[in-house]
Design a protein around this ligand. Sequence first.
Ligand code: VG1
Ligand code: CO
Length: 544
Amino acid sequence: MQIETITTKPYQDQNPGTSGLRKKVKVFQQTGYLENFVQSIFDSLEETQGKVLVLGGDGRYFNRVAIQIIIKMAAANGFEELIIGQGGLLSTPAASHIIRKYQADGGLILSASHNPGGPDEDFGIKYNVNNGGPAPEKFTQAVFQRSQVIDQYKTADIPDIDLDNIGIAQFEALKVTIIDPVTDYAELLETIFDFKVLKQSISSGYITLLFDAMSAITGPYAKRILVDILGAPADSVINAEPLEDFGGHHPDPNLAHAHELAERMFSDNAPVFGAASDGDGDRNMITGSNIFVTPSDSLAIMAANAHLIPAYKAGLSGVARSMPTSQAVDRVAASYKIPCYETPTGWKFFGNLLDAGKITLCGEESFGTGSTHVREKDGLWAVLFWLNLIAVKRQTVADIVQEHWQKFGRDIYCRHDYEAIETPIANGIVDHLRAQLPTLPGQVFGEYLVSYADEFCYEDSIDGSISKNQGIRVGFENGSRIVFRLSGTGTVGATLRIYIERFEADPEKHNQEAQTALAFLIELAEQLCEVKQRTGRSEPNVIT
Ligand code: VG1
Ligand code: CO
């Protein structure tokens, strides 16, 4: 094959955020933009010759084009094999599993996750390392630095690959293997959960369910696993066809965006269980008949009941949560006498703890939970976890949640997102918050005494790496917290996220509506950050 070296000019904005590089499709379509970033990744690897790379994406607009470009570049850079999901599709957790199962050297996952897709919307790309997890910050920073000086990339003169037929093609030294995107992943889940009990509970009608794939990647996965294998009726999976523009919606599993599911779950004839996943299949929203489970509670409930799931019956070595996730799981860990780690936002920070066997389960408030089975958060895994719990506990979702609160108390929690704020205003808000940190401790607001106010800095206990500026925390003596941070996944302006929590031990007060129960802290958060005042907005774009 003929290898061409193409001269290019660096772009200055290729700094990967919380989860890879995410930009508007139009940005990625600029001459050399995708190529520069991919070559910067290849240049940052110790070696590309003879290596095996997994490649796939969530099927959004530009996925197929990007895959053909990357195949030619991988060929020119000396990779030995590419393992690609049929149609260019792989959910993020499935990609993670395939890297691990086939002992690939890494993978490129093409997704902007929960961000909308289409010619005027978002695209994204990230590199995962050979443990199946997102590359650590050290690597993403090396890629960014390389992207700022890159002056050439390599591509090979080979024809476009047929992505739609399973099989193997050889282009001189490069082998391209097209695999079924679902089979390996479905087999993995079967080793974790009790499929026999699940089948029985579904066929007997004890469990009725509704899964909203949000016109994104989990459609084929959910149809195969929930319908074909576990026997749920075909109409249990809605919006099951992956569309390049996700039907024009945000493939973001929360009550605001998964509205079709939400309507059905909060109706008179709601199924026992309802769930949704996001664009790339790593998030999950859990609901039951007339109840929504906050992701932080879901993580705690899963940790508390994990011994009921075959793969975790020996118990958990430890758990971890991202810093802004509520402290509900900490209470479970304390009661079970297992360690609980607090990491910065983003799955890449769990990788070392999982690899070292320090934790078995981990999760984030942003609808993400996962375990040692892969190195990404995993939407359908969380769905099967809950279904398995319902099947063996013989309880409704509402009863499981109530029982948990009775035992551990409730961490009442919410997150307010102010999206697409002009960047200078957002930076002004952060500066203003920072300036208050030294004087906040000791101050009293109503019944809340500030016990600490700081900027979260994480030291990885395995490799000693330090990650600074991971969010501003205001903690109160009674355990309540307000956390502020700027999103690292948005593509327009800046998004401010405000996370608010308060512990409620009294079972009589467990069934309050979160916004009402947290009203004082919500107001205090505004007083501290002045987002409404500075942006002229009256409310957040999304409340979860
Ligand atoms: C958000 C979430 C974070 C999650 C990240 C990637 O990041 O808050 O918890 O790990 O998205 O998830 P940020 O920086 O926007 O707050 V996904 O499903 O978008 O890959
Ligand atoms: Co995602």
